[in-house]
Design a protein around this ligand. Structure first.
Ligand SMILES: Nc1nc2c(c(=O)[nH]1)N[C@H]1C(S)=C(S)[C@@H](COP(=O)(O)OP(=O)(O)OC[C@H]3O[C@@H](n4cnc5c(=O)[nH]c(N)nc54)[C@H](O)[C@@H]3O)O[C@H]1N2
Ligand SMILES: Nc1nc2c(c(=O)[nH]1)N[C@H]1C(S)=C(S)[C@@H](COP(=O)(O)OP(=O)(O)OC[C@H]3O[C@@H](n4cnc5c(=O)[nH]c(N)nc54)[C@H](O)[C@@H]3O)O[C@H]1N2
Ligand code: SF4
Ligand SMILES: [Mo]
Length: 777
């Protein structure tokens, strides 16, 4: 940690670094490098031709921009956005040299010698580290069975090899406790899969074609940064950009309208809009009849009606021509859409009747009472969205769905797109994250393991609580990779307890991260540009080869090297120890893309703009979009979106709100992707380098909080220090907390976040959190 206090960069240091990037082709660069003994090397003058160049991908959970590295004498000198790539990278991407050569960079396996969290370690050899891991895995399996092993992996590196290799390794051991759901967007998945049969239906290629863009609970100016140029282009083309957010976010600053809303009430607003669209007959009846299950019939028991109970897809509709029940896919059928087309006193209704029934109570006035969005605004939003075609709802794994009923939030956005026929066209749709996995076929990198024990998983939001309290069983060995557990999992104090509870914790990371501090054994891994890999994922429209540009520092190894060595010890080495090219080729099999093609540059698998569902076909088993989701009823929820009051909210928990009256929402920052880059010295220099809490002047006044002073955000889970940003850019009664600050920087906002599981999708409810704020004593 000492190394951190030594980061005293001046702005000009950064500008010098960036100057090397911007002007490199024009100006010679002077460099002062240090030799191993610390004495400076002679100053050298570098020309563009002195560098070797390599390409890789910015592999965190962001947009997977293609980056070009400039290497001189096996040192990464600078990183640029790859010329001609479809998006430009950002400061985080070009600052990656500072990640590679960071003072906290791990270069050797480290064994804990102090208390967990204290950060005292001694270096050990790889052989000794692998011996220890092998011993602990064998002992755990002998005493607890495979369920005593836990693997957690997330989004630190989303390449197509490393996390998959880790998961496969534990499967080949015979299985392990896995995590269920996700910290990110499990709710979107739980909505989209049954509704449209596809996750990652992103519409970013045609944002500029849109006439009306509704950024609903998200902030693409920061979180889709490299694509924001498309939003600006849409605006220049005449589109209206509207932001729905309790916070005046960076996108709102560029938008035509900011609609502040009470956190967790988006379902009410969506239902209110649907009600207006239905009442005013602004729906697209032709689209709904032809392409959706809005016309399926529901019986008096609230069951979907089928022609053949054994055939799940044999949904019945009411044919308005023959006035009989027919299969939805019968030739020439003209299905009834709403009750007024059904026979009088019929025992059944249509799915759309059921959807509307949930929306009907939501008059604009009632929406205003719940959401604080003025009734006039609700009316205007509904009318504008339905009548300005093509209109797009941007959701991009939004903050609005990291709430207790996030699945309904995401589903309600698809309802609006489907009801107005705003989907499957350029400029329309619900913009999700997305990438090449939806455009081409890729294969698993290793064959499935022969025998994998069925072990109950732990919902990812519950890792802290459950592991600390041995639910559903005791964990004795925990492997954490690509997950900032101590900053990103909710309820940090429970996560800390979990780390302390487990007798042997391995953390593989490239920096001494907040989580690595809690490991028994820290494994140093490579960053991008230090190993060969492949990116064929769900964030970029390009398949990208990740080239090795420099040797890793010290003894850092790729995660896949570690699993290969361990697999050899457990007798299935040949599955994992093939050359990396073998796994890349295996993954590419079936995609029509080869390694040779990728050597020339990133490859997009499709030629035209990517428009999900553009042929009017959805990827459900019927080819139609579904609005009535039977899966949800299995969890005792209504199969159509209905209003639900978030429990941890002022209205949902009046008693708790007496003690913690402020609703906290989370905010992703330009300075980092989650915790990644949180310690990057260039970024700390340029971006504000203290956590902030946005608080309304009235809320601040009640607490005697002065702008710019340190405050403590607290609740029954823990506390988080931050600087008070007293501003009307946040709704009264709401505070906004920064995501991703490290333990070494004072701790992240996850110390207070709700670790309840999002009910329908196993997601994350960090934006359903009550807190209070006080001046620091
Ligand atoms: N720079 C940067 N870019 C990123 C990331 C990053 O960490 N940094 N992370 C990436 C990842 S993994 C993700 S998931 C995406 C997320 O992208 P976004 O969803 O855009 O990011 P967030 O900042 O989590 O949330 C956006 C907004 O949701 C608002 N919000 C919170 N609760 C509610 C609510 O109940 N209703 C409404 N309407 N709004 C609410 C917050 O005030 C916040 O301004 O960003 C990706 N891009
Ligand atoms: N409080 C709060 N919590 C949140 C959110 C929020 O808004 N607020 N957002 C949530 C969301 S949307 C998401 S997606 C998650 C994201 O959370 P995470 O997926 O945990 O993302 P990071 O914090 O970036 O942590 C990634 C870790 O992986 C490490 N890493 C990078 N490359 C490699 C590699 O090649 N191998 C290995 N082994 N490790 C590597 C990085 O150094 C870092 O420590 O956070 C969630 N948690
Ligand atoms: S952080 Fe995101 S926007 Fe920036 S270079 Fe990396 S992938 Fe691109
Ligand atoms: Mo995420």
């Amino acid at each position: 940690m000492d190394a951190l206090s030594n980061i005293h960069l001046k702005r000009r240091t950064l500008l010098k670094g960036l100057g090397v990037v911007g002007l490199s082709s024009l100006l010679p660069t002077f460099l002062t490098l240090r030799q191993a003994n610390g004495s400076p090397l002679p100053r050298v003058r570098l020309k563009q031709t002195d560098y070797q160049t390599f390409r890789s991908t910015c592999a965190m959970e962001c947009l997977h921009c293609n980056l070009t590295a400039y290497v001189w004498k096996d040192r990464l000198m600078k990183i640029e956005a790859t010329k001609g790539f479809n998006v430009k990278c950002c400061l985080r991407g070009i600052s990656r040299t500072k990640w590679v050569y960071h003072p906290l960079r791990l270069t050797q396996p480290l064994l804990r010698i102090g208390e967990k969290g204290e950060g005292k370690f001694q270096p050990i050899s790889w052989d000794a580290a692998l011996d220890l891991i092998e011993k602990n895995i064998r002992e755990t399996i002998a005493t607890e069975g495979n369920k005593g092993l836990l693997l957690t992996a997330a989004s630190g590196n989303m390449d197509s090899i490393k996390n998959d290799m880790g998961k496969a390794f534990f499967d080949y051991l015979g299985g392990s406790t896995k995590t269920a759901g996700s910290l990110c967007c499990a709710a979107v998945t739980a909505a989209m899969m049954p509704m449209v049969g596809l996750r990652y239906a992103d519409t970013r290629d045609t944002i500029a074609d849109s006439r009306y863009i509704l950024c609903w609970g998200n902030n693409p100016a920061v979180t889709m940064h490299a694509y924001f140029k498309n939003y600006s282009q849409a605006q220049r083309n005449g589109a209206r950009l509207v932001v729905i957010d309790p916070r005046f976010n960076e996108t709102a600053a560029k938008a035509d309208e900011w609609v502040p809303i009470v956190p967790g009430t988006d379902i009410a607003l969506a239902l209110g809009m649907i009600n207006i669209i239905m009442q005013e007959k602004r729906y697209d009846a032709d689209f709904l009849r032809a392409h959706t299950g809005a016309v399926y019939l529901v019986d008096s028991q609230q069951q979907l009606m089928r022609a053949d109970p054994k055939d799940a897809d044999s949904y019945l509709v009411f044919d308005t021509q023959s006035q009989t029940l027919k299969r939805h896919d019968a030739p020439g059928v003209m299905p009834a859409l709403l009750g007024d087309e059904l026979p009088a006193n019929s025992e059944f209704t249509t799915v759309l009747d059921n959807v509307w029934a949930q929306a009907k109570p939501w008059t604009a006035q009632k929406v205003e009472e719940e959401t604080d969005v003025p009734a006039q605004t609700v009316l205007r939003l509904a009318r504008d969205y339905a009548s300005t075609q093509p209109a797009m709802i941007v959701q991009n794994m939004s903050g609005a769905q990291r709430t207790e009923f996030g699945t309904y939030v995401a589903a309600s956005q698809f309802y609006q797109a489907l009801i107005t026929g705003n989907i499957g066209k350029a400029g329309a749709g619900v913009c999700d994250a997305g990438g090449v996995r939806q455009m081409a076929k890729f294969s698993p990198i290793v064959p499935p393991a022969p025998n994998v024990a069925k072990i109950p998983p732990i919902p990812i939001a519950k890792i802290g609580d459950w592991v600390a309290h041995e639910k559903p069983h005791s964990i004795k060995f925990w492997w954490n990779m690509t997950l900032g557990a101590m900053t990103q999992l909710p309820n940090t104090n429970q996560v800390r307890e979990a780390f302390k509870k487990v007798p042997f914790v391995v953390v593989a990371d490239n920096l001494m991260s907040s989580s690595a501090l809690y490991a028994d054994l820290v494994l140093p891994v490579t960053t991008i540009f230090e190993d060969v890999s492949l990116m064929a994922g769900v964030r970029s429209h390009y398949v990208q080869l990740m080239e090795k540009a420099v040797e890793p520092p010290g003894e850092a190894k790729p995660d896949y090297w570690i699993f290969a060595r361990l697999a050899e010890r457990f007798g299935f080495g040949e599955v994992f120890n093939q050359p990396i090219e073998h796994y890349i080729d295996t993954c590419l099999k079936g995609s029509g893309i080869t390694r040779d093609m990728l050597k020339k540059g990133p490859v997009c698998p499709v030629e035209d703009d990517w428009i999900p569902f553009k042929d009017g076909k959805f990827l459900t088993s019927t080819g139609k979009a579904h609005l009535y989701i039977e899966e949800w009823s299995k969890k005792a929820f209504l199969p159509v979106v209905t209003w639900k009051q978030v429990k941890e909210s002022v209205k949902g928990s009046p008693e708790l709100a007496q003690t913690y009256p402020l609703m906290a929402v989370q905010r992703k920052l330009a300075r980092s992707v989650h915790s990644s880059h949180g310690m990057n010295e260039w970024i700390l220099e340029v971006q504000r380098n203290r956590p902030n809490v946005m608080i309304h002047p009235e809320d601040a006044r009640q607490r005697q909080i002065q702008p710019g002073e340190w405050v403590v955000v607290f609740n029954h889970r823990g506390q988080h220090r931050a600087i008070a940003d007293v501003t009307t850019h946040i709704k009264r009664g709401v505070v906004s907390l920064d995501n991703g600050w490290w333990e070494q920087q004072g701790g992240s906002s996850s110390h207070v976040t709700n670790d309840q599981v999002e009910v329908l999708g196993n997601g994350h409810c960090c934006n359903s959190t009550l807190v209070d704020v006080r001046r620091e004593a």
